[in-house]
Design a protein. Structure first.
Lengths: 101, 668
């Protein structure tokens, strides 16, 4: 289950994810967030309530990062330890801007 | 013992025959009685005729013996007859006689007179007496009335009553009268010299009729002067009496026959009613047996119907008190992963309870098959039952739906007996929890289910109060304790054996009484499901996770460990979804093993896709440019990190991938 919320403040989009990001919810996430990226210079993805992530989720963030590299920048904030460990295992902690909780 | 009842046809024949016999008997009785009646009537009539005629004769006798000189006259007439051939002569009657008092003239007086006076006297007396006879004849209308004297042994008719008074001496009646004389009667009179009347009966003149003749003598000094004979024709009277008797006979017969018919009709009716009743009873019995069979067919035979027995073992038993009963049990698969269990007891017994029971059973099954929970089902069914329940019937229900994959049980109790449960390797104990009201009492009842988890090896035993509440001949109740003890005596047996053990014990306990209430029991043992077959598609992931993680939790995995298992499962399963099959129809068989001797939680994935060993893919290069990482390797890499072991083999045409994870604090 994945709940998605967003707030826009000028060119900053703050995107809140709550629940689990697996291969099933990842495609919903991608469709939703990519539709909101027009004119976004700063993308903040709040993962405070994200409990779980799998390789599908990691791939989604890679895609996002690639896109935001063209527009501005992306930060992942409030990442829980368990989720952070997955990012780390995958070697993404350098490639992505991740701020753990 | 059954009384031999004749068929309708035999009955009819029998009755007709008896009718005939009775008719013949009545005919005979009637004939005899009418013959008797006839003879009695005839006797009476003849008595009357006799009395009247005797009186008439006596009257005639008296009127003749009134003449003081009667004996003298008789002699004179008969002498005249002998000498002249005539009784009297008108020409000779020239003398004079005082006619005012002929009867007083004595023989001496007349003897003292002249011959011509004697002639005159003789003639006048004869005329008078002859006239008297005529008058008597006309007045009384006998067949004949005459006076006979015997002269020289030959009967001679002196007078004869006649309508015509012309030449009396030569009147045909005189001759006829003579013909009618019965000599034996005269002989009787002459020999007995009794003044009594002598009678003769028969066809006296040979004309074929029936007559009766009365002979009354006139005696004088011990000799018979003459005999008055009166003949009566009985013919007409006899005919009338015969006709009468016949009429009586016919009426008798008809009335008696009508009575017979009435009695027979009544008996026939009664017999017919008896036959109809017997036939009706047989028909009802046959219908009841069919109803009982229909009911019994409705009860599921788990051994036959529920083929998936890997996850569970179920057995039921039901015995109605009458042909049809008010209890039921039901067990059926709602879908591939859920089984429904129900036990119910309708208030009352017999046909009304049976109908109510069938209705309830069908409604509950319908609701569950539509996907409603047990509580929702009972709410809906309760509303329907209370809507049209003028009889005020109600039904207690125990209803559960078990998720065979997870062992989760959703249970509702509507006023039903607490069931017994047994944890694997434990003892059977009563499980007490909240009871709602029975169904059918009020639509206001709100049913709520409550969740329990069945672990591998857990069992439940549900029953109706026909088992525990009834008393045997010694007025002992079977009771809950005894039931529990029986179950515990064969605690680990399979469901069928447990049910049989209780059934046998109940039968033994109630051996000497008639079963009063319906007896029902259902036993369900859960083995857990350690296998799951999923379609190789992303939308199976949720069920796959549910299946595996619930077992992991039961196994004792912590939240963290479960998350790690989850990730590993997703990556392995996801790999198969993405690459194993070309089309969308492939399946993945998942098996869990919690009995690994090393205490590891183990999950095996089997697919029939192209042989591929994901473990052979090397670890992704972490330091290379992430944008070009080998996609496939990441997933398996993560899975390996999350588990202690991932092993691959290709066996029996299938890719077999097993992941193992040691759990820190396993639960036994």
């Amino acid at each position: 289950m994945l709940n998605m919320k967003k707030t826009v403040d000028g060119g900053t989009l703050t995107y809140y994810l709550e629940g689990d990001l697996d291969r099933v919810t990842a495609s919903d996430f991608e469709s939703d967030i990519f539709a909101c990226l027009a004119d976004v210079k700063e993308l903040i993805v709040d993962l405070e309530k994200l409990e779980y992530i799998s390789s599908a989720g990691l791939r989604s963030f890679v895609k996002l990062q690639k896109q935001m590299d063209k527009q501005g920048e992306m930060r992942l904030v409030g990442v829980q330890k368990g989720v952070y460990d997955i990012f780390a295992l995958g070697g993404f902690t350098d490639y992505l801007n991740i701020e753990s909780l | 013992m059954k009384k031999r009842i004749m068929t309708k046809k035999q009955n009819k024949t029998f009755l007709l025959k008896s009718c005939g016999v009775v008719f013949v008997i009545f005919l005979l009785v009637s004939a005899i009685s009418s013959v008797y009646t006839r003879s009695e009537y005839l006797k009476i009539h003849i008595d009357v005729v006799k009395k009247n005629t005797e009186i008439l004769n006596r009257y005639v006798v008296e009127s003749l013996t009134d003449y003081a000189a009667f004996p003298w006259l008789i002699d004179r007439w008969t002498t005249n007859r002998k000498t002249t051939g005539r009784f009297v002569s008108a020409e000779q009657a020239t003398g004079w006689v005082d006619q005012s008092d002929l009867t007083r003239i004595t023989a001496d007086q007349i003897e003292a007179r002249e011959e011509c006076d004697k002639d005159a006297f003789t003639y006048i007396c004869y005329s008078r007496i002859a006239t008297g006879f005529d008058q008597t004849y006309v007045a009384f209308r006998p067949k004949a009335i005459f006076c006979v004297a015997t002269v020289d042994g030959v009967p001679l008719c002196l007078f004869c009553g006649d309508e015509y008074s012309n030449d009396r001496e030569h009147s045909p009646n005189l001759h006829e009268a003579a013909d009618q004389i019965d000599q034996s009667a005269l002989d009787e009179i002459y020999s007995s010299l009794s003044p009594d009347c002598v009678t003769r009966r028969g066809d006296l003149d040979g004309t074929g009729g029936e007559h009766m003749a009365f002979y009354t003598p006139i005696l004088e000094n011990g000799r018979v002067l003459c005999v008055i004979v009166c003949v009566k024709d009985l013919g007409e009277v006899v005919e009338d009496i015969n006709e009468s008797a016949l009429k009586i006979a016919v009426v008798n017969v008809l009335m008696l026959f009508a009575l017979t018919l009435l009695v027979m009709a009544f008996l026939f009716r009664r017999q017919k009613e008896k036959l109809d009743l017997a036939a009706q009873r047989e028909k009802t019995q046959a219908e009841m047996e069919i109803a009982a069979k229909i009911q019994a067919d409705q009860m599921p035979d788990p051994a036959r119907e529920l083929t998936s027995q890997k996850e569970f073992d179920v057995a039921g038993f039901i015995k109605p008190a009458k042909e049809v009963g008010g209890d039921f049990f039901d067990c059926f698969m709602i879908d591939g992963a859920h089984i429904a269990l129900a036990v119910a007891d309708v208030s009352d017994k017999g046909i009304p309870a049976a109908l109510f029971m069938m209705l309830t059973k069908t409604l509950i099954k319908n609701e569950l098959l539509q996907g409603h929970s047990p509580a929702e089902a009972l709410n809906a069914v309760n509303r329907q039952l209370t809507e049209q329940n003028a009889e005020g019937m109600f039904v207690t229900v125990w209803l559960a739906v078990v998720d065979l994959l997870t062992g989760e049980c959703d249970v509702v109790n509507a006023g039903h007996e607490d069931p017994l449960v047994r944890k694997s390797d434990g003892e059977w104990e009563f499980l007490q929890y909240h009871h709602h009201l029975a169904l059918g009492i009020t639509p206001k009842t709100v049913y709520q289910g409550h969740r329990r988890i069945l672990n591998k090896g857990d069992s439940v035993f549900v029953f109706t109060d026909g088992v525990t509440e009834e008393m045997n001949a010694a007025r002992e109740r079977y009771g809950n304790d005894r039931l529990r003890d029986v179950l515990n005596s064969c605690a680990g047996a399979d469901a069928a054996s447990l049910v049989r053990a209780v059934k046998d014990d109940v039968t033994a306990f109630f051996a000497d009484v008639e079963q009063f209430d319906d007896i029902t029991m259902l036993c369900f043992r859960y083995f857990g499901s350690d296998s799951f077959t999923a379609a190789a598609r992303n939308d199976s992931l949720g069920a796959v996770n549910e299946f595996i993680l619930s077992r992991a939790e039961r196994f004792g995995a912590s939240k963290q460990e479960r998350n790690e298992i989850r990730l590993s499962v997703e990556e392995i399963f996801g790999n198969i979804v993405d690459y194993a099959y070309e089309d969308a129809d492939g399946v993945v068989e998942i098996d869990i093993d919690t009995d690994d001797p090393r205490g590891m939680f183990s999950v095996t994935f089997r697919d029939a896709g192209a042989p591929f060993d994901p473990t052979a893919v090397g670890a992704p290069k972490l330091t290379s440019d992430t944008g070009q990482r080998q996609v496939g390797g990441l997933g398996i890499y993560l899975a390996k990190q999350m588990t202690d072991e991932i092993v691959y083999e290709y066996r029996d045409g299938k890719n077999v991938l097993t992941m193992r994870k040691r759990i820190a604090q396993t639960r036994s």
